[in-house]
Design a protein around this ligand. Structure first.
Ligand SMILES: [Zn+2]
Length: 291
């Protein structure tokens, strides 16, 4: 049952006011940790890989790991390509077995963003079983090779968002609302809740019905996360937290066991640490028991 595309999963989340955790992974240990935790908590799940790990590990290898883990899991799981700004690579990943593709042409002007996004939508929909996420406005910070300074970051205009969703035919929509990739410089970043709420109401109050995504999820305070979910955030992306957990846990373990040469013990320690973070996020997002 486990292999699905994201749209139906996220529409259910929108209706029931919880968010599905979308967790960025760079290796097998992380993917196993994420899936095991979601199974234990009976939570629907989106596994994500951004472009760099997808290129490094190869899309077919990531898709094969995903299929193996998802086949035996009693929960719905998607495999999502995060922030890809190349139309051709979007197609490669869709062909390889990713179930959701994010074409991020948000740095292009409006009409070019529509053109590129629509090309990916047409390709994926023709393939079948592959949904597409598009972005309007730009999320600041660094995600993989996509780097946007705060000055360049432009928030999404709700009316234009409705037009964008309508013209592209995307299944999932990422509006820029002031969240950022990487580590927030302040404990209380300026998030434009009003803009998010207006966008959610315009899009989901229309005939289109397209779930919204929160990018830059790491580092937001619990009350901010809950507010974004209540306002219509149905997919919640977490990447930086898991990168830090992987690197810090590995460093701490090796520093404390400098004479030990047992990779399995490092993997086990990292896996437990990742699982604890996933359980935290699933609890906060309200998706436990929703699978
Ligand atoms: Zn993002």
């Amino acid at each position: 049952m486990a292999i699905v595309d994201a749209k139906a999963m996220l529409l259910k989340a929108t209706e029931e006011k919880y968010a599905v955790g979308a967790f960025n992974c760079t290796n097998l240990i992380q993917m196993e940790a994420v899936v095991e935790t979601a199974v234990e908590l009976k939570a629907p799940l989106i596994l994500q890989a951004s472009v760099a790990p997808s290129v490094f590990l190869k899309p077919r290898v990531i898709a094969a790991i995903y299929r193996t883990l998802a086949d035996s899991a009693p929960i719905p799981i998607c495999l999502h390509l995060d922030h890809c700004n190349e139309v051709e690579f979007c197609k490669v990943c869709a062909d390889a077995g990713y179930t959701n593709i994010m074409i991020d042409a948000s740095k292009q002007d409006f009409s070019e963003n529509i053109r590129q996004t629509k090309e990916v939508v047409d390709y994926c929909h023709q393939l079948g079983g592959v949904s597409v996420e598009g972005e309007l406005g730009t999320v600041s910070g660094v995600e993989d090779q996509v780097r946007v300074s705060e000055d360049e970051a432009a928030l999404c205009d709700p009316e234009q968002a409705l037009d964008f969703v309508d013209q592209t035919g995307i299944d999932i929509f990422a509006p820029a609302i002031g969240t950022a990739h990487g580590v927030y410089k302040t404990k209380f970043p300026k998030i434009d809740f009003e803009r998010f709420e207006k966008t959610a109401k315009l899009i989901n109050g229309s005939k289109l019905r397209v779930p919204l995504v929160v990018h830059g999820g790491t580092g937001l305070q619990p009350d901010v996360v809950k507010k974004l979910v209540a306002l219509g955030g149905a997919k919640y992306n977490v990447s930086t937290d898991l990168k830090h957990t992987l690197i810090d846990t590995t460093y701490d373990y090796i520093s404390a066991h400098r004479q030990e040469y047992n990779p399995g013990k490092v993997d086990k320690t990292v896996k437990e640490a990742i699982k604890a973070r996933i359980a935290y996020w699933i609890g906060l997002l309200g998706s436990a028991g929703k699978a």
